[in-house]
Design a protein around this ligand. Structure first.
Ligand code: SAH
Ligand code: SF4
Length: 389
């Protein structure tokens, strides 16, 4: 039997260290085609009476207009008949999630606040963030997988939010559509101008990280379906090597992620002992470090060319000593790994502080001398509160 992310989340001891997912997604009367797979597009066409012998060709056309050209209106689809435009228009939209705010940092980082429909009429709408981080030779888009998060990592602001709802594949794919819309990153569109945008290559969005709000492996099916659409070489075309999924350590779903999605894996380790990790990442009480690292060793496709990234947040006086750095290196021995040191990004009410810069450098040096490239993730977009957490 295949275990689903819903089973795993449902078997969590309620109120212990996880919150129950509250909200369901209620589809609008006129659904959007954004995020649908080829098979789902074929079903949508069947539902409005497109004859079977035409469907394959029509799916190809829709796929191209949706994911290569970024069409926002059916009438842009010039090789689709007027009659079909009208039919599509009567039943579907090409809507992306609603953008309620856009902020651009002095370093070029952009953050979009998206509003998603809630379950009940009149309730407060749900909001998630999507962040674009440009560098000279690439542009990385950080996507959210859930509104809030059922987990309660003590250093993470998202973990303190009460409301939780899984995003649909359309809402996950919709985030990249929005980024490309706003950046003019579709063929033939006017490209955005501004500080910090990539100067190499012909695309602005080249890499994806599932590192926004939520635990992607607790919304496995939607994340998988969305990432397969995003990685499709005839569509949005972001190769799997350029997509990284970050998990806090949902051990039973790690093998499935490798087999069914096949993207790069990042693991939020943050501590080298179970005692400390139980406190920082309470999910560790269920899936302790040893089990987590075993799942990493067995990650399908793992090799020196395809390493797992271990994320380690630098918390002053908590996990940042020389002894911690040495323990980290010992722990990861034998696993093809990269280590990513993340300066803690403080938020109002947090009990933690970020380690001093000299401490981070010292820590990084120990890791580097053990043979790991240990880039310290420079905080980006701090002026628009776009950094992690
Ligand atoms: N839920 C997933 C992915 C989203 S969080 C996970 O936990 O891996 C992405 C990364 O940001 C994780 O490594 C997480 O531990 C880290 N993070 C969360 N809050 C942070 C904060 N306030 N400062 C720095 N990193 C943080
Ligand atoms: Fe959820 Fe990740 Fe934040 Fe933990 S760090 S609460 S898993 S989003």
């Amino acid at each position: 039997m295949t275990v689903t992310s819903a089973d795993i989340a449902a078997n969590a001891p309620a109120g212990f260290f996880e919150k129950a997912p509250l909200e369901r997604y209620v589809p609008p009367a006129k659904p959007s085609l954004v995020g649908l797979s080829r098979a789902e597009l074929a079903e949508a066409l069947a539902a409005i009476g497109v004859p079977e012998k035409q469907r394959k060709m029509r799916v190809q056309q829709l796929w191209h207009w949706l994911y290569v050209r970024g069409a926002q209106k059916f009438e842009e689809m010039t090789n689709v008949s007027r009659e079909l435009h009208a039919q599509l228009d009567a039943h579907f939209t090409l809507a992306r999630p609603e953008v309620v705010a856009e902020q651009v940092s002095v370093d070029g980082t952009r953050k979009w606040l998206l509003r998603l429909p809630g379950e009940h009429a009149g309730e407060n709408p749900h909001e998630v963030e999507c962040v674009y981080i440009p560098e000279a030779d690439r542009g990385t888009l950080c996507l959210s997988s859930q509104v809030g998060c059922t987990l309660t990592c003590t250093f993470c602001h998202t973990g303190t939010q009460r409301l939780v709802r899984n995003l649909t594949p359309g809402e996950i794919v919709g985030q990249i559509m929005i980024a490309r819309d706003r950046l003019g990153d579709w063929p033939g569109h006017e490209r955005a101008q501004g500080a910090g945008l990539p100067t190499e290559g012909d695309r602005f969005v080249t890499n994806i990280v599932m590192m926004g709000m939520g635990e992607p492996l607790y919304n496995f099916e939607a994340v998988r379906d969305a990432l397969l659409v995003i990685a499709d070489g005839e569509g949005l075309s972001i190769s799997k090597r350029r997509i990284t999924l970050s998990t806090s350590g949902v051990v039973p779903m790690i093998a499935r992620a490798g087999e069914e999605i096949g993207v790069m894996l990042a693991v939020s380790l943050h501590a080298t002992t179970d005692t400390l990790r139980n406190e920082l990442v309470p999910l560790n009480r269920k899936y302790p470090i040893r089990e987590l690292l075993d799942a990493c060793r067995n990650y399908p496709g793992l090799s020196n060319a395809r390493r797992i990234t271990f994320e380690y947040v630098m918390l002053k006086g908590v996990n940042d000593s020389d002894a911690d750095a040495k323990a980290l290196v010992r722990l990861l021995k034998g696993i093809p790994a990269k280590i990513n040191l993340i300066p803690f990004n403080p938020w109002p009410g947090t009990r933690y502080e970020c380690s001093d810069w000299e401490r981070i450098e010292q820590f990084s040096e120990i890791v580097f001398n053990a043979g790991y490239a240990s880039p310290v993730r420079t905080p980006r977009g701090r002026d628009i509160l776009a950094a992690c957490g």
